[in-house]
Write a protein that binds this ligand. Structure first.
Ligand code: PAF
Length: 257
């Protein structure tokens, strides 16, 4: 496995790949869990070469505290990726990723304004801009993204189409713990009790009769609710527990009747 910290050096290496290699890409912010590793496995199964990036992207955080407390375990992540058979890891530095000081941005004016976009102003500009940069760097045939962040996946997919990018954006199923809790790097910040409580988010989303009932049930369980809404045939929620923001979604067709 080769690690690149300098993106100009990576671009030189990437330009030398044989033309006929299929390249899969998994963008991450590190603190890897089984959800990320399922994306890596899928990329390895469908491509000749797998590239993973780890970059905690400052422009998508709404608060300095959230950025500071985002879990970081780069050496453990690198070991996990090596064990998993990844070929290349990109570890860009902020100074190189944002040499332009965020002067250039990708702005989406519709679907990025609802759900998480309504509660985290500027978040999706940060996400889309960094993913645009990462896709340009990876030059992959396929990019694998988890459906826990379904709005993010959908926006990246429509961005790639809108800009005629060569990469196909592939959405992959949410990986859950046995309790039903959707895997997320942020779960690390929950207490043992919090993790048990957090699993109720999935339970409520999958069983409540409608979104107002889900909201009421979540509030009575002690969650602070940002939203419970349905779009694109899915039911979405974002909630706060122990100061940690959790998101999840289920297909409406899979909600128990
Ligand atoms: O989902 C994430 O980890 C991040 O939003 C992404 C796609 C790597 C962009 O920073």
């Amino acid at each position: 496995m080769k690690i690149f910290e300098n993106m100009r050096e990576w671009q030189t290496a990437r330009a030398e790949f044989a033309q006929n290699l299929r390249v899969g890409f998994v963008p991450t912010m590190g603190a890897l869990h089984d959800g990320h590793l399922s994306l890596v496995d899928r990329s390895r199964a469908e491509n000749n070469v797998t590239v993973v990036s780890i970059f905690v992207n400052p422009t998508q955080f709404n608060s300095a505290d959230d950025l500071k407390s985002y879990p970081r375990h780069v050496s453990r992540d690198v070991e996990l990726l090596q064990e998993r058979g990844v070929d290349y890891v990109l570890l860009p530095h902020e100074s190189e990723m944002y040499e332009d000081r965020f002067q250039y941005q990708v702005i989406e004016n519709s679907e990025s304004k609802i759900l998480c976009g309504a509660f985290r102003p500027g978040h999706f500009e940060g996400v889309l801009t960094v993913v645009m940069k990462l896709l340009q760097l990876a030059q992959a045939d396929q990019c694998y993204m988890g459906e826990k962040d379904y709005q993010q996946f959908r926006l990246v997919q429509t961005m790639a189409r809108a800009f005629f990018m060569k990469t196909e954006i592939v959405g992959c199923p949410i990986v859950r713990e046995k309790t039903g809790l959707a895997m997320s790097s942020r779960n690390e910040r929950l207490s043992t009790f919090g993790r048990v409580q957090a699993a109720k988010l999935f339970e409520v989303l999958s069983t409540a009769r409608d979104t107002s009932t889900a909201r009421r049930e979540l509030e009575s369980l002690g969650f602070r609710v940002d939203y419970v809404e349905e779009h694109w045939g899915r039911r979405f929620a974002a909630v706060w527990l122990e100061g940690v923001r959790l998101i999840d979604n289920v297909k409406c067709a899979e909600v128990a009747q």
